[in-house]
Design a binder for this molecule. Sequence first.
Ligand code: MN
Ligand code: MN
Length: 322
Amino acid sequence: MALEDAKTQIDMAFTRAERRGPAFENAFGGAVSFLRRAYTKDLTGVDLAVTGVPFDQAVTNRPGTRFGPRAIREASTLQAFDAPYGWGYDPMSEMNIVDYGDLAFDYAHTASFPDRVQAHIAGILAAGAGTVTLGGDHFITLPILRAYAEKFGPMALIQFDAHSDTWADDDMSRIDHGTFLYKAIKQGIVDPAATVSVGIRTDNPDTLGVTIVDAPFVHQAGVDETLRRIRAVVGERPCYITFDIDCLDPAFAPGTGTPVWGGLASWQAAALLRGLAGINLVGGDVVEVSPPYDTTGATAVAGAHVAVELIALYGWTRRGAR
Ligand code: MN
Ligand code: MN
């Protein structure tokens, strides 16, 4: 069945009629969408929209994440055939998931960029769908969270990152990937008492009340104890996950702008994301994948896996309601 489909199906990003089900199109050919979902702006009946924000003008060091969404989509074609491992259900078959395409913006009008991101995400949320966003550098998470806070109030947040991203920005106007969480907390978008940062391994003088579960803790205490700490912070609240790919060690994710050694292995990230099943996830993103520095493609593969896990988490919470 699958082999026959691979011989006859092509460009399912545009040709598939249904919103659900796996795709057996050859991984190496055809038009690319995330997980071979329908590439559409029609959000009718959609549970979850995957969208790209190809923006990298806020980075401290190496750029390139503007190419992230495209590379993650391509890497995701390897996962479009069957359910993600270890969940016991197939979110592709149980949810209406579409690829909503990328945010349109004028790269030379950076001042208007944050509002455009916020409106883009708010439009999807208003249609009743959740979002999984492919970045882009970590600045994009600030306007995304603004859109979520408009709907849900101050958010609980799980941040996977090597950096706390709480550097001060006193006039709140800098478009900077190292200050997204500072601004989100200072502006009341994110509740620091319900925020946990996992995988941190760089100093920051002020974490603003965020719970830090740093990389050495994860390595020494293990996955289960790390999960207990995360769950204790976010509880049952509507929760957003932002996954900066530099949370992973550069051995697993070299293609990123500000790599730091001593990070999480990909198996640890996979175990943590799956171990969070049941949290009230309302959306998420994977950011900082920089294909020009991703010489093997491993970083894009990791980014695609993170996005699929976010989708599986989102669907898991909603299975009981259907
Ligand atoms: Mn980082
Ligand atoms: Mn970050």
